[in-house]
Ligand binder design. Structure first.
Ligand SMILES: NC(=O)c1ccc[n+]([C@@H]2O[C@H](COP(=O)([O-])OP(=O)(O)OC[C@H]3O[C@@H](n4cnc5c(N)ncnc54)[C@H](OP(=O)(O)O)[C@@H]3O)[C@@H](O)[C@H]2O)c1
Length: 287
């Protein structure tokens, strides 16, 4: 039998940690498959998919900027992915249909609860950024019953539009500007935040703003947990400021691995070796 193929599409994709920890899991389980990173330019997903031979393809992960466009080519989208409005995992079924899932929400909640020790119900939260992953994060936090959710973004209209699409489940929600003066004024009029989640790409290595933090130190309550979804570097500029403010911090690597365990199960039908994946991811990202 030929070696199976599985991979991840995105653009750019060369800094993805997924190939390292997914291949480690496949090798550990003795599955004859190769996990690759495929660079697919923006707007080219439909064309790329049409060129793929599905015979040996188990499926693939989907990252920026394709999580919504990929939905055009799918035969089935599961309910979580429909609610979130984005797909980050595609499975090729035995009859070669394309099935779409979203594992970001699972990965986020698992990391928040298991590694952050944080239960969202009844809490006041601040989410920074209103892009693809913010959609999954806000959906989960509202489903888990937060008391209030403030969504700060550079483009406020995008935050307003996102909140307008979500089921707020009785929580108080507000879209605000992430610009420091405006955000400081907004936060001064609100309950102190127990959780702050960075869903912007600020602070990401090789990104356009790798030295930047979306918040100033004085905006971070010492009693809060600051969860930065950026996973490279391990300690981001925001996390350094949060620690200086006395807050607890959590980086994005464990979320990445948790969402990857779910993908692994969907592609292979086997339980994912979490410890193997976590240590391979740490080695790939942190050296
Ligand atoms: N740990 C994990 O498992 C995991 C999973 C998914 C994503 N992530 C990370 O989360 C981050 C966001 O991913 P995404 O898929 O949501 O990306 P995205 O859809 O491109 O959204 C990017 C967000 O960052 C904001 N932003 C970008 N540059 C900015 C700047 N200079 N100043 C202020 N805001 C800025 C954007 O604001 P505008 O709306 O104004 O453009 C938008 O809210 C990335 O770093 C990604 O690596 C981590």
């Amino acid at each position: 039998m030929a070696t199976k193929r599985v991979g991840i599409i995105g653009y750019p994709i060369r800094h993805s940690a997924s190939p390292a920890f997914q291949q480690a899991a496949l090798d550990f389980k003795g599955i004859d498959a190769k996990f690759e990173a495929w660079a697919v330019e923006p707007g080219m997903v439909v064309e790329w998919m049409a060129q793929q031979d599905r015979t040996d393809l188990l499926g693939f992960g989907v990252t920026v900027p394709h999580k919504q466009e990929i939905m055009k080519v799918l035969d089935y989208v599961d309910n979580d992915a429909k609610t979130i409005g984005a797909v980050n995992t595609v499975v090729v079924s035995k009859d070669k249909r394309l099935l779409g899932y979203n594992t970001d929400a699972y990965g986020f909640l698992e990391a928040l609860q298991e590694d952050g020790g944080f239960i969202p119900e009844g809490q006041h939260v601040l989410v920074l950024g209103a892009g693809g992953v913010s959609r999954a994060v806000c959906t989960v936090l509202l489903l888990e019953g937060v008391a209030s959710l403030t969504l700060a973004n550079r483009t406020v209209a995008r935050a307003e539009a996102l909140l307008g699409e979500l089921n707020t489940s009785g929580a108080k929600v507000e879209a605000v500007s992430i610009e420091p003066d405006a955000l400081t004024a907004s936060l001064a009029a609100q309950e102190p935040k127990a959780l702050i989640v960075n869903c912007t790409s600020l602070g990401m290595l090789h990104g356009p703003d790798e030295e930047a933090s979306p918040l100033l130190q004085e905006m971070i309550p010492p009693t809060s947990l600051v969860f930065d979804l950026v996973y490279n570097p391990a300690e981001t500029p925001l996390m350094k400021l949060a620690e200086a403010a006395g807050a607890k911090t959590l980086g994005g690597l464990s979320m990445l691995v948790y969402q990857g365990t779910k993908g692994f199960q969907l592609w292979t039908g086997e339980a994912a070796p979490l410890d193997i994946m976590m240590s391979a991811a740490k080695k790939a990202v942190l050296g």
